[in-house]
Ligand binder design. Sequence first.
Ligand code: ADP
Length: 619
Amino acid sequence: MSWMTVLWSMPASASLTFALLHLLVWAKGIQTRANLSFALAALAATALTGMELMSMRATSTEQMAIILRWAHLPLLVLWVAILYFVRFYFDAGRTWLAWSAAGLRVLALILSFTTGQNLFFNEITGLKHIVFFGGETISIPQGTLNPWYVVGPLSALALAAFVLDAAFTMRRGGTATGRRRAILFSGSITFFLLTSVGHGVLVNAGLINSPYIIGLSFMPILLAMSYELSCDMLHAAQLAQQLQASEAELRINKQRMDLAASAAELRLWEWDIILDEVWSTDKGHLLFGIAESQKISFVSFLNILHDEDREQVKLAVEKSMAGNGDYESEYRIKMPDGQTRWFYSRGRIEFSKDNQPQRMLGVTIDITRRIQAELAEQQQRKELTHLSRVTTLGELSGSLAHELSQPLTAILCNAQAAQNFLARDKVDLSQIQDILKDIIAEDKRAADIMHRIRLLLKKCEIEQLPVDVNKVVLDVLKLVSSDLVSRNITVQVDLDQKLPAVIGDRVQLQQALLNLIMNACEAMTHTQANNRQLFVCTELAGVGNAQVSVGDLGPGIPPENLASIFEPFFTTKLPGMGLGLSICRTIISAHGGQLWASNNTGSGAIFYFTLPIFPGESA
Ligand code: ADP
């Protein structure tokens, strides 16, 4: 094989290899435009190199004319490929310049076929045979130049202008890559134009004896384009590696999160509001009690909720959609095994730019155990309250028995008197009638006492009804009246007759007041008998509150105990349990009121409690 063949075949095969490689990459769909334009440029360069070799071997002027005519086709492809590469891969260069360069190249191709023998020559008159590199003889065309020849160099100028303009833009971009590309491309293309076009002009003009080197001089551009693409491929490979690493990290984080979530019995969920589809980490939708195969929509979720909870969950979701997107609710679900479980859900809605709810992300936790514990505690508290009531009544039992014995004794006396009257010869019926009236009145009194005791002893559900506070005070005072007498305590009652009703449970309010009165009585055990006074007062306090106060003339509460007396099991009494005041505070708090104590300026303590007035009652 000759030296020339070897010399021209090397870049041709290098270009072809590049072309095929990038065609393959293009076919795989990576960096499509850049690879396609690069592959086309490389193919065109291969074709040009091949044609150059053929022109060197041309044996006739016709052969040479045909080769030079067709050479403008790969040149056009080359131009378009460079323009395309710079415009779309580097995103630089003015469009009108690109169109000018491409247009002139198309014109050159047309002129090559329509004027003279080709764009270079009007007519090739002969072939000059010269001995070139390695002593080989090659053919060079000679003839009259085509006047349209200038279109070729003009298209080269337009291409150079486009590339230089793009290079300035890339340099201005300021990044290191931009600067590198600017230098690499403007440099390699200028080199190409100077060598290929300039050299071609000199050869055609017969000023130098040399084969065409368009294909050869294109090699630096090919290398520059290839270098850029390789850099990008390397970068892409690095990114892929990083992505793999971050995916692995993500997987580990997800595993950790799943572990933490399952340890906390937490389920994460996502509701695609647009598609109305709920996704959850809950394996088998256990938490929702829905079969795994079933798709969960918002309505199907609402359907599995307890009847009483459905509306409030719906309202909570609607509220979060209309508000700031925060959602929170507690609800019950009847599970497939028949059990009812409690859940707590918290979520947040993501809105689109035009404020449309897109999806809701949230967590759900099974709180059945907590609710069960709360219910058990509530039940225990109820039992304790009742027990404390029974204990208080137990303390009052002596005086209650005494109080009850009074109407019973009266009934007995009246019955005996009636017997005596009836034993007489002349029965005065009007007297008998009076006696019977007395018996009935005393019986009613006894029944009244029994009713009050029974009410307090009863274990009943807590009510929320309008309650007359003054009546509660009078009922409790009746209950303790005998006890007060036996303790030599006088009562001063000051009731606000216009006090509106409060909302609550009559029995519980009686219990709280009874406890305060009993404490006041016990506190006055060592007070001089003529100084034992109990004060009970009802009044309006502020807007919307009724206030009850119970005062005594006992020793008062030592200031250091004032904060502790409401704590459970705090007592200063020997047989005391220390539960009375803590139960009182629980009752008053449950009614939405407050209970506190202070010392009188003179002597004794005074306890206050407030209760919200029943809505609708005017103060
Ligand atoms: P207990 O009566 O079983 O001691 P309480 O909770 O009813 O339990 O009362 C706790 C403590 O508060 C009492 O032991 C007493 O020291 C104090 N206390 C309650 N009422 C009065 C009062 N009116 N005067 C002085 N101290 C009182």
